[in-house]
Design a protein around this ligand. Structure first.
Ligand SMILES: [Zn+2]
Ligand SMILES: [Zn+2]
Length: 135
């Protein structure tokens, strides 16, 4: 597994897209990113997708597969770009990156019965957040 270097220098497009996702209070859908960056002069969808791929690769953002949405990484101990776990609230759709050393360690050493090890994972846990639970 490769280590992510957070101090990676971003290109202009990557920076614009990262700032957008970083400021968003919730994960941003790809089409919403496209719509918003068009106003900032990035017109070609391909440019946007390329920048998103790169940002995911270097670990600045993560993709929430089930939502086709992107979220900025706020987990300073998040070392692996391709190994992420999120909790998603089934009511308000609040998404939180799970930062659990125990879980990461368990999964890093996890092998299936044939001895296959995994270099990436994308976990999504569904439940009710604190706010929705009390309702
Ligand atoms: Zn992260
Ligand atoms: Zn909730």
């Amino acid at each position: 597994m490769k280590t992510v270097h957070k101090e990676h220098t971003l290109t202009k497009n990557q920076q614009i897209i990262f700032d957008l996702i970083d400021k968003s209070p919730e994960p941003m859908k790809a089409y919403s990113i496209l719509f918003n960056v068009q106003k900032k002069g990035i017109k070609a969808p391909l440019q946007v997708y390329r920048a998103l791929d790169k940002l995911v690769e270097i670990g600045k953002i993560h993709k929430i597969e089930s939502r086709n949405a992107f979220i900025a990484c706020h987990n300073s101990s998040c070392q692996m770009a391709n190994a992420t776990a999120f909790s998603i609230c089934e009511i308000c759709e609040k998404v939180t990156e799970i930062s659990s050393a125990g879980l990461s360690k368990y999964l890093a050493n996890f092998k299936d019965k044939d001895g296959m090890k995994y270099s990436k994972y994308n976990l999504e846990f569904f439940g009710l957040c604190k706010k929705c639970k009390v309702k």
